[in-house]
Design a protein around this ligand. Sequence first.
Ligand code: NOJ
Length: 530
Amino acid sequence: MRVWNNKNGIYQIYPRSFYDSSGNGVGDIRGIIEKLDYIKGEVDSLGIDAIWLSPFFLSPMRDFGYDVADYRQVDPLFGTLADFDELIREAHAREIAVMIDFIPNHTSTEHPWFKQALADPSSDRRAYYVFRDAAPGGGPPNNWKSVFGGSAWEYDGESGQYYLHTFLPEQADLDWTNPVVQHEMAEVAHFWFRRGVDGLRIDAVRWLAKDPLFRDDTPRKTENETNEYETVEHDRSRGGENLEEYLSVLTSAARQYDDRLIIFEYHIDPRMPYEAQAVRMYNVSPQYAAPFNFDGIFVPFSARQLGETIKRYQLLVPKESRAFYCFSNHDEPRLASRVGERQARAMAVLQLTLPGTPVIYYGQELGMKNVVVPEELAQDPVKGAGNRDGERTPMQWSGERLAGFTTANQPWLPVAPDFEQYSVASEENDTHSSLSLYKTLLRLRKDEPALAPDALFSIDLITDALFAFTRTSDAGTLCIVINFSDAHVHYEFKRAGSCIVSAQGNTYEETSGEISIEPFDAIVFRVQQF
Ligand code: NOJ
């Protein structure tokens, strides 16, 4: 990939939860500026080259910023455009690239475009959205479901029509078949690129292109299905054939600047061929855009399953591009809660030694876990099983009051009860902490040509317990062996060498031949040069 050549990682910041500089209980842009040195710039920083900010745009916050009321404004809760410009300057001074969330599928119903579309059905704005008449017998135009529950159609009593909302009723879908919408969104991309933004993370990519005839989704056999969204195949409501064309509106904007990158939030549909979907995303613009790889989230903690899926993925990544391995984010339970604490350390070794660019969710490096948020404090509009509050709680900076996140009486979501143990301050001074492991691995990624994003990757072994692979550059070879089991497992090294990192802090003697890998350990082994 020509752009972003040397970026060794992307750190996802959820602005509400990173650092509150204003004392109102919600994180903000100045808070991010204050904490940039944690990411890069000091000897002791993590040493990550890029940040991605979840939405900070003007919004009624029904979906915490994924409901945008003005794409060109910073919500006052987070600060001002001047603060954002300063963030760009400060980040760039530390050679940190800044990537922002970009939400093209829908706007807030508070957006002036939508307000006008409702107020005056004959205005041009009406065609920015997807308004349709009721079905012939009455009721919603078709059977499409909202990801967040219920029908994807909301009735507008004034005009007697329905509008489409793939997510909340307060998030109205834009109509990407309308060239004016395409132009508007390209202009928004230019607005941020001109301000110095280095990349866009594109939200909800699959839904941009729908069936132009608005036919029903195919019903599924639904025995035992409790999630209404999963009662239909999403064969008509998403992934339509014009998707590439719409995405290229955004990649074309990126291409007009130096060194910009676009990453698609595209979830592979397990019911459709895996390779074809990933390749489809890479083919939009291999040098400028790539999909996230979410296998570290959705594939079970298993040597065989993860090994096979990574093998398949690396084969399909085009030469000009690379993988973006994302192991946790603001929509899914935290890594350490999903797989377990020791297992999460093994996953850190995996993520940070794979080719491509790792995407690290704030607090992942501390081993932060999901917090059980009592119902009366819940914030996420998604209730029940899919609730996402638990993975969005405040960053744990120190053992001080409220983890040093805010001086307010109460943060917007509660702080984890175990924050004293899992905080930056306590882990910084502990060589065995998760934070120290991440720092070691990130440093290694920087220093070792064999761990460069494009250095060779070759799979050595996949068994029920072990996944082993090598990374090679002209300067040498590293062998990474991950034991996914809770037992000792033997591994036969073909060449002599020494262990330079152990996920669980174990020591292994100078090695040649067979060694016994400790439970859930993941080791980086430097192969001796002849
Ligand atoms: C995906 C985002 O990651 C999620 O947080 C949001 O709710 C939906 N898209 C809708 O924008």
